[in-house]
Design a protein around this ligand. Sequence first.
Ligand SMILES: C[S@@+](CC[C@H](N)C(=O)[O-])C[C@H]1O[C@@H](n2cnc3c(N)ncnc32)[C@H](O)[C@@H]1O
Length: 240
Amino acid sequence: MTVLPYKDRELGKKEQVAYMFNNISKRYDFLNHFLSLGIDIYWRKQAIKLLKPKKPQVILDIATGTGDFAIAAMKLNPEKIIGVDISEGMLEVGRKKMKKLELDSTIDLQLGDSEKLLFEDNKFDAVIVSFGVRNFADLKKGLSDMWRVLKPGGTAVILEFSKPKSFPFKQIYNFYFKYILPIIGRLISKDQAAYTYLPESVKAFPEGDDFLNIFKSVGFKDSQCKPLTFGISSIYIGQK
Ligand SMILES: C[S@@+](CC[C@H](N)C(=O)[O-])C[C@H]1O[C@@H](n2cnc3c(N)ncnc32)[C@H](O)[C@@H]1O
């Protein structure tokens, strides 16, 4: 079943997700770090570390949002990072950030849809996505296009929420995600749905082996899942 942010609206998932992120874009960075107690920064760093041996020069960051994963990828000293997102609001916040950090000559943020990437086949050394794939309207199509634009031998790194399985982390996480996070998120973002959609979309997302099966089915090889912080999030890595 498709999880939608605004259940009473006629729009499809992609339009609703773009609307939602436009709506929360100004408060997104603050809420991200506040609600995760800053752990999201550590998760992005861990995911980027996996690309170090590959020394990728041209990187595509899909669902880049305000560009935090692209900024983390600067540790790899790439020539170019292109970030794409369907939310112009998120990109606008990101572009201001890149200017301020003087990264705008290396990191280029563009409007773009993961399911219809406007790049030729075999272009990128690495394709990265953090907390994006869960929001795709068509996950398989998004992963297929990611594979298409990756060079043979290139690497895809995907960071996404998952669910802790063991006591007491599972119970603490469920309570926080279900009761605390939606209230704080709603109060600060002023969006009625975004932080209720977050736990619902995580719950519905095919994680672990279920994700790896879809990942492999579009062509990725040597794929692996690496859980982080009691399984609250996971890194998926695969090669073309
Ligand atoms: C939770 S944010 C993650 C942003 C950033 N990667 C980060 O780690 O903070 C998810 C982003 O995915 C974008 N998104 C959702 N579906 C997309 C699609 N089909 N193509 C491109 N971007 C998409 C949203 O607009 C949003 O900016």
